[in-house]
Design a protein around this ligand. Structure first.
Ligand SMILES: [Zn+2]
Ligand SMILES: [Zn+2]
Length: 145
């Protein structure tokens, strides 16, 4: 994942620069994998209350800065959209990978192919999540005790 500059991202999207907004972007861009909402709340709980955090995440999602990925337990996870995509404001349609061993969610650079909808249906977004074991878990399989 490319290094992001939170201040530039806010500027690009005409968002007012607040310390809290910067903190949320910093936290989310810290890791190459997506971060779950409970994890974000834990990390930022002292600085940002839940309602504000929720509002910031929604704004970012609307602006196409972040995208939300639901994991297999139905928990929301967030990842920064790649810069090439946010320029065009369209939603980032790539495959996600949910590791069933370490539970991390990866954004894969694999695009979801266009799927033709039946007449009368308009698809706005499409999501594909693959489940299995990630490269790290495959390299270090957990040995049962
Ligand atoms: Zn894994
Ligand atoms: Zn993604």
């Amino acid at each position: 994942m490319t290094k992001i500059n939170p201040v530039n991202i806010l500027k690009e999207h005409d968002l007012k620069h607040t310390k809290q907004r910067v903190r949320v972007l910093e936290e989310i861009s810290m890791d190459e994998v997506a971060i779950s909402q409970p994890e974000l709340e834990k990390k930022l709980g002292k600085e940002i209350d839940r309602v504000t955090l929720y509002r910031i995440l929604n704004t970012y999602e609307d602006k196409g800065i972040l995208h939300r990925i639901m994991d297999m337990n139905g928990t929301a996870n967030y990842a920064i959209c790649s810069s090439s995509c946010s320029e065009h404001h369209h939603h980032d349609e790539h495959v996600h990978f949910n590791c069933t061993s370490c539970f991390k969610i990866y954004c894969l650079e694999v695009r979801i192919p266009k799927i033709k909808m039946p007449d009368g249906f308009t698809a706005k977004t499409m999501s594909t999540t693959a489940y299995g074991t990630c490269e790290k878990c495959n390299a270090n399989p957990v040995k049962p005790d």
